[in-house]
Design a protein around this ligand. Structure first.
Ligand code: PAN
Ligand code: ZN
Length: 193
């Protein structure tokens, strides 16, 4: 791990392997129970475990003062009429924020707080989304190309996937005749449900 300042290029797809030291691939099977249409999910899974999104990151010590950064790439696709998306999470240390910068593609960042507030911010190339502390976040690709975002968050943030895994998000984004549409999630099952 580097102990001096450093830089690296990230704009070209062929630079990803050399600029990052960790590559995570998340397939459909990692998103069980997250899509509304369980039958469409199972049918798609039966025909092959599709690659839904990838993360490239640079390892740094997971301590306050460090920053973790990388690329999130959500591939285009749908399960039923629900767009491909990330698992989504709260940070384990709730008081930690995150910044996303959209480099390619089209989509949204769906967010919610444990107090019951919700927010949806658009992603398109050149747009920044600031995730305030205490807000869970999930990237959703509403376009026909890869959604590529660069993210930065505090080294000690950690990831709490279990909360979202159990409750889902309060909002879903569905394709209604080609138009991304935000709808309430009737299956949301948190403490205020
Ligand atoms: C991002 C996310 C990345 C993948 O780096 O980790 O977009 O999403 P999931 O972690 O929800 O699978 C981030 O928000 N880090 O904190
Ligand atoms: Zn995060």
């Amino acid at each position: 791990m580097k102990s001096r300042p450093y830089g690296y290029p990230i704009s070209q797809p062929n630079e990803r392997r050399s600029s990052f030291d960790n590559h995570i691939q998340r397939r459909l099977s990692a998103l069980r129970n997250q899509f509304a249409d369980g039958k469409a999910y199972q049918a798609m899974l039966d025909s092959g475990d599709a690659l839904v999104y990838e993360v490239y990151e640079n390892r740094r010590p997971e301590v306050a003062g460090e920053l973790l950064s990388g690329l999130s790439i959500v591939h285009p696709g749908c399960v039923g009429n629900e767009y491909f998306m990330t698992k989504g999470h709260y940070h384990s240390v709730r008081e930690t924020a995150e910044i996303y910068f959209c480099m390619e593609g089209k989509g949204v960042l769906v967010m919610e707080s444990e107090a019951g507030e919700t927010a949806v911010e658009e992603f398109y190339p050149g747009r920044v989304v600031y995730v305030t502390p205490r807000w869970a976040h999930r990237s959703i690709n509403t376009g026909g190309e890869d959604l590529v975002t660069f993210f930065v968050y505090p080294g000690h943030a950690g990831h709490d996937y279990a909360t979202i895994d159990a409750t889902g998000f309060r909002k879903r984004v569905l394709d209604h005749g080609g138009v991304p549409t935000i709808v309430d999630n009737p299956e949301w099952s948190g403490v205020n449900a």
